[in-house]
Design a protein around this ligand. Sequence first.
Ligand code: C2R
Length: 162
Amino acid sequence: MTSQVAVVMGSTSDWPVMKAAFDRLEELGIEAEKHVISAHRMPAQLQEFGQSARDRGLKLIIAGAGGAAHLPGMLAANTTLPVIGVPMKSSTLNGIDSLLSIVQMPAGVPVGTMAIGPAGAKNAALYAASILSLNDVKIEKALNDFRAAQTQASIQSEEDLR
Ligand SMILES: Nc1c(C(=O)O)ncn1[C@@H]1O[C@H](COP(=O)(O)O)[C@@H](O)[C@H]1O
């Protein structure tokens, strides 16, 4: 089956965080593939990946990177598919560098930017699911089920506290 979403990261060191996005997509029944493609270290591969993404049948790209995190923006520069960026928490600047590199795109080339770290990675998958649910009732149902389970877990944790 063709993947609907590509989870792309700048380094294998980003995988422990980006796995949260990949796993959440899987839980929602969304076919995904994963790649390490650095805009800085693999510029030709990055361009080729971005420019062929739509023709390969992908619907959306989730891109995680840290530090001078140009990967999501450079993917967005090479495709008109939606790109969702996830800033990694960097060791020196706590991910503020990653966040600002991803969020401050020039007008004309948008990247939908999530929060720093694992919460951002999980929300990237949920946000991707919301977009795909516009044309897919199975994903819409999976999202509704996820929300209902989340609400139930919160109610239960409140009751456990008493
Ligand atoms: N921000 C980028 C890009 C890019 O934007 O092209 N390529 C790698 N990186 C980031 O460098 C950090 C350290 O990478 P290494 O652990 O490989 O040294 C990672 O968080 C990666 O996303």
